[in-house]
Design a protein around this ligand. Structure first.
Ligand SMILES: [Zn+2]
Length: 140
């Protein structure tokens, strides 16, 4: 049981996300921005990604947006099979795997989600609880 009183927010702050290399491999050819919903399991500080469901998203005024209907359907398909919703994996065609200001805004609206960002310059994982925070990404 988590007993720290110094942290206000999620009971067990996420420290680590584990994902398989073959899931990531399919996202490493980046010609366009891609988006997927992550399903898996959460155990204390560790999150395990078991499944990735790509969704199309919507491009609008040069900005990549989540189609929330698709997102919802993906989350429901996880729940039916006993998987938890973990968060989002998306790609940046250019630049670094760091949340954009818009990414950060969305993350702040959904505290505790894991956001994995794939770019030609690497792969990193993030969450937002009290603030934007990088978490360990373990590729197995
Ligand atoms: Zn982004």
């Amino acid at each position: 049981m988590h007993t720290s009183s110094s942290i206000i927010g999620p009971e067990s702050p996420i420290r680590r996300v584990v994902i398989s290399s073959h899931i990531l491999k399919s996202f490493q050819v980046i010609e366009e921005e891609r988006l997927a919903v992550l399903g898996g399991d959460i155990k204390d500080e560790e999150t395990l990604v078991n499944e990735v469901k790509e969704i199309k998203g919507i491009y609008s005024a040069g900005t990549f947006r989540i189609d929330f209907r698709e997102w919802y359907e993906a989350v429901q398909s996880f729940k039916i099979r006993g998987l938890k919703y973990i968060g989002i994996l998306h790609s940046h065609s250019y630049g670094r795997p760091i949340p954009s200001p818009l990414d950060t805004l969305r993350m702040s609206e959904c505290p505790g989600e894991v956001w994995i960002i794939v770019s030609p310059k690497g792969i990193r994982a993030w969450t937002y609880d009290l603030q934007l925070r990088e978490i360990d990404l373990v590729i197995v």
